[in-house]
Write a protein that binds this ligand. Sequence first.
Ligand code: PLP
Length: 490
Amino acid sequence: MKAERLVKYRRISPAHLNQDKMKRYEKFADEVAELIRRGVLAPGEKVPSVRHASRTYGISPSTVFQAYYLLEDRGLIVARARSGYFVREHAQRPLHEPEIARRQAETTDVDVSELVFSVLDSLKDPDTVPFGSAFPSPDLFPLPRLARSMAQSIRDMPAQEIIADMTGGNGHLRRQLALRYMVSGVMLPPGELVITNGAMEALNLCLQAVTSPGDLVAIEAPAFYATLQVLERLKLKAVEIPVHPREGMDLEALADSLARLPIKACWCMSNLQNPLGASMSEDRKRALYELLHTHQVPLIEDDVYAELYFDNQPPKPVKSFDRDGLVMHCSSFSKCLAPGYRVGWVAGGRFAERIGRLKLMTTISPSVPAQAAIADYLQHGGYDRHLRKLRHALEAQQDAMLASAARHFPASTRVTRPSGGYFLWFEFPETVDSLQLFQQALAQGISLAPGPIFSATRRFANCARLNYGYPWNTRSEQAMELLGRMLRSF
Ligand SMILES: Cc1ncc(COP(=O)(O)O)c(C=O)c1O
């Protein structure tokens, strides 16, 4: 009975199956997988028996068996004794992982701001489905509890602190941060922490502290678009190093560039890289540190998503391997607690003093009440409990987006499966132009972050980053279905 439905389905026909005799079973498996993704074959449903499928499609029973074994391996169907094969209730994420991008230009000037601003401008409409957003839903943050901390800490603040805390940063906050570093195995010498206006200021100051205009900086490809903008603003040249979707920065490529080029700094996210979500293993983090240490190239470690891990253990930063202050470790509360409070920091290693001075020469200090509020919350508000809840919510939302993508996007779409954070990186079929897709989607009230904004050389034209940081609902599902239809029209 299911076989009739399969035959009626446009893309599956005996003629189609015969096109590629060499890999008939793979083609047949792909066609059945596509039906599962589209829900034609629903979870729990029986797939056609081997005999039935073999007769209907004119393929041998062994070809059907091979196809079903393959689908079993992919986690899409299960065999039940004496009953045949059934679609799994929770068919495992059937879209494949993207491959690592190849290197292109040796070094490049950066000029992406116009493109980035035009994309960011269009993300402001609160009525769009926010797949392009850089933040999780504000509903996931304990804002009322933070407001209480704000009121309390301002009430209790000695008059002198409101001025004194501007230069060094709020003392309570510095202690709380040092404590969190200590628990994660990093002992910070006092004075290494500089409190900043979000991680963005920290990253800017770090780069300024160790480079001059015209210098070369090793960055990731793809990279967080603001990284590119900072390089552009400071007139630095990018050396793009490919990032593997799971393993992180390609260390061989980095070693090669370090050996040949006078690179002055390396900017890298070792945990939950934006946009790929890659996290480096501890061995690779250590190797990255040793490599940079050999060349005495400072590392600017952007670690803003580190608290949003789904594994049992918090990931270590490269900073935890730092022997002599070569690593500037930057983070903030923007992604996991208090977006808009603009409180971040850098553990600046041997560059801390220079970074602190640059801060005094530019913004002087982040808002003292905001720092005090966060310090109070860290001490009394139940931060770790909040983080556990947040990670749980994000993990469930990731499952929902992956399952939805598998249902609605073309089968050849590739997607990352990060072990944390709230972004998925999609690599669509080659024919897809993600800037065009972005415009079409926006016209239908859906935002997304198109691939080229993540590259100094405007690569990743058929890729996009989608945010799953908002609770999944019917609107999200409909938006994915609509995107799927747009993707098929390219
Ligand atoms: C990778 C990365 N680094 C830094 C930042 C900036 O963080 P903040 O908002 O704390 O300045 C962001 C925010 O989007 C980010 O995604």
